[in-house]
Design a protein around this ligand. Structure first.
Ligand SMILES: Nc1ncnc2c1ncn2[C@@H]1O[C@H](COP(=O)(O)OP(=O)(O)OP(=O)(O)O)[C@@H](O)[C@H]1O
Ligand SMILES: [Mg+2]
Length: 312
């Protein structure tokens, strides 16, 4: 089956001649959770607004389930649930009343929207708030209700623009938990984010953009594989002493190391998982009594930064 979301040569030139989106290509495979990753101003919201027909493109085309958004927006978007900006809900309605109202607009019966609404409020953890007015809700709660309304008609394609943006750390964790549930459902998701760790945590695939152009696209696992150089942080019960330095340096894959504290050091390591497992055994053999041995995400962060720097 063709990718549910396909974008070809998408370009948006704003007034004054500024190219916010520049010949963008995007393919979101069926049932993938695609992270649309890029720094502030990369063109994520502009692209998503064009794909959801909130904005017209200067040129290029977007297809959803094979239907052109430009030529037949109604059919193209019939099977799409989207959260683009945190929607303003009617403050005097409860979450269930909100879902009834939106359900009616989308042709659902009260019975249907009640059943579906109950499940969705449960999923987004708003059940205990179901009789409270939305006007009193925090931004995180509104965002969760927004995700529920996007899922109301059981669309197969979900499009989310920075769903955790502007939330406090707890609100972010709560929304990410919901995103992880989406990954288990029979849906295709496109979600923008400027946070690499969020994409790594939630998404199966990633399309990295900067200055309106696609820099890289592929599975998150492949991107991680590409980053062979890892930094491994080690904490021990006994100090790493100078007489051990040579032996540590001679372990296959070890490119260098930095002592970061009395009982901690960081190793620059390049190798596959079996080599990493052997490194851990070597450290134990040195009698260091390893307390923790963890790969830090810094290598991927630096790949992300270098791709963005290269595109400037
Ligand atoms: N209506 C507009 N008129 C002119 N320029 C605009 C308009 N909207 C956005 N831009 C510019 O287009 C570029 C892309 O903006 P866009 O909002 O799509 O980026 P983004 O990737 O969503 O960024 P962020 O992470 O900050 O949300 C930015 O440089 C922005 O200033
Ligand atoms: Mg944006």
């Amino acid at each position: 089956m063709d990718a549910p979301i396909q974008v070809h040569g998408l370009t948006k030139v704003y007034g004054g001649g500024f190219r916010a989106v520049d010949a963008l290509e995007l393919n979101v495979p069926s049932r993938s959770f695609m992270g649309f990753l890029g720094p502030n101003g990369a063109g994520k919201t502009t692209s998503i607004k064009i794909i959801t027909n909130m904005l017209t493109a200067t040129s290029g085309e977007a297809f959803i389930n094979g239907v052109s958004v430009m030529r037949d927006p109604k059919t193209a978007l019939a099977d799409v649930g989207a959260v683009v900006e945190t929607p303003e809900f009617y403050p005097y309605l409860t979450p269930m009343e909100t879902l009834h109202y939106l359900g009616a607009l989308r042709g659902m019966s009260v019975g249907e929207s009640t059943n579906r609404g109950r499940d969705l409020l449960d999923m987004v953890k708003l059940t205990e708030w179901k009789d409270q007015r939305v006007g009193k809700f925090s931004k995180g709660m509104k965002q969760r209700l927004a995700i529920a309304q996007a899922l109301l008609t059981q669309p197969s394609v979900i499009i989310l623009d920075e769903p955790t943006s502007g939330l406090d750390p707890r609100g972010m964790v709560e929304v990410r938990d919901i995103l992880k549930q989406l990954r288990k459902m029979d849906v295709t998701v496109l979600m923008s984010s400027h946070l690499l760790n969020e994409v790594q945590e939630v998404c199966t695939d990633v399309s990295l953009i900067n200055r309106g152009k696609l820099l890289r696209s592929g599975s998150v696992a492949d991107l991680l594989d590409e980053v062979k150089a890892r930094k491994i942080e080690v904490k021990t019960m006994r100090p790493l002493t100078p007489d051990m330095f040579d032996r540590l340096r001679s372990v296959p894959g070890v490119k260098g190391f930095v002592v970061t504290g009395d009982l901690s050091f960081a190793i620059d390591f390049e190798g596959e998982e079996d080599a990493q497992a052997r490194l851990l055994i070597e450290l134990q053999n040195l009698g260091l009594m390893v307390v923790s041995f963890k790969e830090s995400g810094l290598a991927l962060e630096s790949l992300y930064m270098s791709l963005i720097m290269e595109s400037r």
